[in-house]
Design a binder for this molecule. Structure first.
Ligand code: NZQ
Ligand code: ZN
Length: 388
């Protein structure tokens, strides 16, 4: 078991009706000037926007609408930071999915710095301070509501980069599973695939402990079971709540305290796909997952495949190890196909024309030669070609 030093300062307020119950009292802890950030309109259609505006009627409100999936540095981060500086914002309230919250985190850091905002986001300049963030998260996927990371895209360079700072942990996250009743099926599925992948990135590593294996296998099984339920019954509260609980824990390390680092290779590969083609993150991950597994399967990595195959899919442990591993890879592929996720790059509009460029981009920027299962440019290119 490896040493760890762990702290998550975020207060989670989880359950049906929590916004009506507690948002007003939470917001009283901050000054009067609030920036509300949101996306392309889902919160207006669901009525959440009106509810929030009504709860905050005594505050001085600025708004930053229109934050896109795969949130963009220009204009959203730049515009948000400008508003915060100009209006001396006391707190930012993010209302939406992971993209809105990630953008909000970058805004919160950039607004407290005189440095070039891109240098802040790329962490060339350290973040010493950020505007406090409260969020209402409406999509079960990223775990951004419980972590200190944000993923920001800069269109002109095809960059999609992770920004981290302990100062951008949300202070308070409101998680009401009923908000996910309105999700399009595509986003429900992509969110589940994103979380399964977050767990796999932590499961497929060198040093690992039994308790974490059981925790992660249980979470994946719960996600697989409950996504099948919500496909039939989109407003099944218990199933939506199980999914949201698993996704909220996904990225803050709690699934794998005491495990060694894997290097998160599938995320590195997917971020290049969505950085170059603006695809949906969870779909990109689902496509990459079985191809990455097949590529890194070896005698050295075999033990993880056997544990995963028997623990998650109940594959007969008396079978030869190689067969268990092969069946596990096929099982995850079949599961994604069954629930309706596109499982080739061509289905999401990506052909082979930029594979070399993306493989080079990943090899140069992501340090995957140091991953638990090291990947060099040729490996990455082979995985991407296999995804076509
Ligand atoms: O923009 P609106 O109109 O709000 O619509 C959104 C958007 O079109 C819609 N949506 C959100 N909640 C809804 C809803 N529609 C109906 N009902 C609701 N309740 O869903 C669409 C996608 O939203 P988005 O926020 O982009 O999805 P998600 O939460 O999956 O976030 C994806 C982004 O997070 C990054 C990804 O790379 C991607 O950029 N990630 C962030 C991480 C983190 N901060 O820790 C970790 C992840 O690995 C991931 O990389
Ligand atoms: Zn992810």
């Amino acid at each position: 078991m490896v040493n760890f030093d762990y702290q998550t300062p975020t207060r989670l307020i989880f359950g049906r009706g929590v916004v009506a119950e507690k948002l007003a009292s939470v917001m009283k802890n901050y000054g009067p000037r609030v920036l509300i950030t949101y996306g392309g309109g889902s919160i207006k259609r669901s009525g959440l926007y009106d509810q929030v505006i009504n709860i905050l009627k005594d505050k001085e409100i600025c708004e930053l609408p229109g934050i896109e999936p795969n949130p963009k540095f220009n204009p959203s981060v730049l515009e948000g930071a400008r508003i915060c500086k100009e209006h001396n914002i006391d707190v930012i309230l993010s209302v939406g999915g992971g993209s809105v919250l990630d953008c909000t985190k970058a805004i919160a850091g950039c607004a407290c710095s005189d440095a070039d905002p891109w240098d802040v986001v790329t962490m060339k300049v350290p973040t010493h301070k950020a505007i406090p963030i409260v969020d209402i998260i409406t999509l079960a996927a990223t775990g951004s509501e419980y972590d200190s990371g944000a993923v920001i895209s800069r269109t002109k360079t095809n960059d999609k980069l992770a920004y981290f700072s302990k100062h951008v942990f949300p202070a308070v996250s409101f998680i009401d599973p009923t908000y996910t009743f309105t999700l399009p099926v595509k986003q429900t599925l992509a969110g589940v695939a994103d979380c399964i992948n977050h767990i796999m990135e932590q499961y497929f590593c060198g040093e690992h402990i039994e308790m974490n294996d059981a925790f992660m296998e249980g979470a994946i099984k719960s996600l697989m079971k409950n996504v099948r339920i919500v496909l039939r019954e989109p407003d099944n509260y218990e199933a939506r709540a199980e999914i949201f609980y698993a996704t909220t824990l996904g990225c803050n390390g709690i699934y794998s305290l005491g495990n060694s680092e894997s290097g998160w290779p599938m995320h590195s590969i997917e971020h290049a796909l969505s950085g170059h083609y603006d695809i949906t993150h969870g779909e990109g991950l689902a496509i990459v997952t079985p191809r990455w597994m097949r590529h890194i399967l070896s005698d050295r990595t075999m033990e993880r495949f056997v544990a995963f195959g028997t623990g998650v899919f109940g594959i007969d442990s008396s079978l030869p190890e190689r067969e268990i591993a092969e069946r596990a890879i096929q099982a995850i592929h079949n599961f994604y196909k069954e629930i309706g996720i596109p499982m080739t790059l061509r289905e999401v509009g990506i052909d082979d024309s930029r594979i070399k460029e993306m493989a080079h981009h990943i090899a140069v920027n992501e340090g995957l030669e140091n991953a638990w299962a090291p990947l060099y440019e040729d490996d990455i290119e082979a995985i991407l070609r296999d995804c076509l």
